[in-house]
Design a protein around this ligand. Structure first.
Ligand code: ARG
Length: 477
């Protein structure tokens, strides 16, 4: 019974319900690799400090190797009554190697152990996420590159605003995901710091070498210096590293969600700008004509779930007195689900946006298919070059505010005739201002408008090509 799991102090076993209520083993087992890694680093240091014998260390290493094999083979018997991953592994170790297993926990508490495990695990997940973010950026570049000259209406207020290059639009998302990667890198520095040695809350009376453990676990900064949590109370009790990871993950999902919203709009019959591969869509059980963008819709929905987990974690933390409280066990499910959701979403988006590359031929299949004609026709419908006409008049000497007013009259006239500005005869345009000459038609064309926006970060093809080159150099292969 559970009574024996603790000590002779307890006069009755824990009730069934309390056992189930307090156990975490069915979700925290995913920390097993981190738990073994942390225990081995701790044991190695205890031996180096003369706290454990060489024989004990050898026994612990042998036992852990077997436990690793058992877990990998799926034959490890996880026990609810042993509460969590830490106690399960320690109990099995003692079963396998006897007293050496009982000595492993010297100078350690589950409080510094669990904080260490979560950090080690999250560090590995962040590295995977960084790889997936790079993949997604490459996918966006692969779609952008052949479409630098494709023009779509840029929107503000979802009203046609000015023509932009489709590639430029895709590169806006590359910028967002690049910042998401930077944020993940930054969070990683603070995740990668060692709580072990803080013990339960106050430190320990054994002569531990915490820096040695940090080095063994790769918890070092860019200069190779060990990163060790400097206050034992803080080390075991704060989960700010998990919260800031969730915040970074939430922002990343918000970017995914905005992209999703655009893909959904662009796919609708009223836009018809793009298609995505059939394998990312679903049909309808009643309407035979339907192809629904389920993947981007679901990603938009899952963004709410990830943001919700962030709120959950912040709220979990806010009322806790120092130091460790069992509340912190509740950090795991939201954190794990955030990681799972973000990884799956990034993976699926990289393929949905960029398609798959055939390893044999290097050819891409799937990915966003662009309907350039539909985009350009839409850009022609909304007087997207009106600003260009105003700029043209400014170059002819008008103050901008007067030019703005003059063009408003021209647009009103064009609307009445149901024509684009560029389709108005020269005499009609000159009726609005005599300075208008035949060179106005280049200015009023979509392409003329695009080429004119040749400032750093602008949509002119030359600028967009330079940005693609910069991103390629930054991301490599
Ligand atoms: N399962 C616990 C958690 O996830 C491990 C730490 C428990 N420590 C304790 N003193 N009860 O936080």
């Amino acid at each position: 019974t559970k009574a024996q799991a603790w000590s002779a102090l307890f006069s009755e076993p824990m009730s069934e319900l309390v056992q189930r209520y307090t156990a975490s083993v069915f979700f925290d087992q995913r920390l097993w690799q981190a738990d073994i890694m942390g225990s081995l680093a701790h044991a190695e240091m205890l031996a180096a400090q003369g706290i454990l014998s060489a024989q004990d260390l050898a026994d612990i290493e042998r036992g852990m190797a077997q436990i690793r094999a058992e877990i990998e083979a799926g034959s490890f018997a996880w026990k609810l009554e042993l509460e969590d991953v830490h106690l399960n592994i320690e109990a099995r170790l003692t079963q396998l190697v006897g007293d050496a297993g009982k000595r492993l926990h010297t100078g350690r508490s589950r409080n510094d152990q669990v904080a260490t495990d979560v950090r080690l695990w999250l560090r590995g997940e962040i590295d995977l996420i960084l790889g997936l973010l790079a993949e997604l950026q490459r996918a966006l570049l692969a779609v952008a590159e052949p479409h630098v000259e494709v023009i779509l209406p840029g929107f503000t207020h979802l009203q046609v605003a000015q023509p932009v290059s489709f590639a430029h639009h895709m590169l806006a998302y590359v910028e967002m995901f690049a910042r998401d990667a930077e944020r993940m890198q930054d969070v990683r520095r603070r995740v990668n710091c060692l709580p072990l040695g803080a013990a339960a809350l106050a430190g320990t009376s054994y002569p531990l070498d915490r820096e040695r453990v940090a080095r063994t676990l790769g918890m070092v900064d860019a200069q190779g210096n060990p990163c060790v949590c400097q206050n034992s109370l803080d080390a075991v009790s704060d989960r700010d590293f998990a919260i800031e990871f969730s915040a970074a993950a939430s922002l990343c999902m918000v970017h995914i969600s905005r992209l999703s919203e655009e893909l959904i709009l662009w796919m609708s019959q009223n836009f018809g700008f793009i298609q995505i591969a059939d394998r990312f869509t679903t049909g309808s059980s009643i309407m035979p004509q339907k192809k629904n963008p389920d993947v981007p819709e679901l990603a938009r929905g899952k963004t709410g779930r990830v943001v919700g987990h962030l709120m959950g974690l912040v709220t979990l933390m806010k009322g806790q007195p120092l130091a460790y409280n069992k509340d912190n066990q509740e950090d795991k499910e939201p954190l794990f689900d955030t990681v799972d959701t973000l990884k799956d979403t990034l993976r699926i988006f990289a393929e949905m946006v960029g398609g798959q590359t055939d390893p044999a031929t290097g050819a891409r299949h799937g990915g966003i298919r662009v309907n350039a004609q539909a985009m350009e026709q839409a850009a022609l419908r909304g007087y997207a070059t009106a600003t260009d006409l105003a700029d043209y008049l400014v170059k002819k000497g008008l103050p901008f505010r007067d030019a703005h007013e003059t063009v408003a009259h021209a647009v009103k006239e064009a609307m009445a005739r149901q024509l684009d500005l560029a389709a108005l005869p020269l005499e009609v345009l000159q009726g609005f201002h005599p300075a208008i000459g035949p060179d106005v038609y280049e200015v009023l064309s979509l392409r003329g408008s695009l080429n004119a926006r040749n400032t750093l970060g602008g949509t002119a093809p030359a600028q967009v090509r330079a940005q693609i080159a910069r991103h390629r150099a930054r991301l490599g292969g």
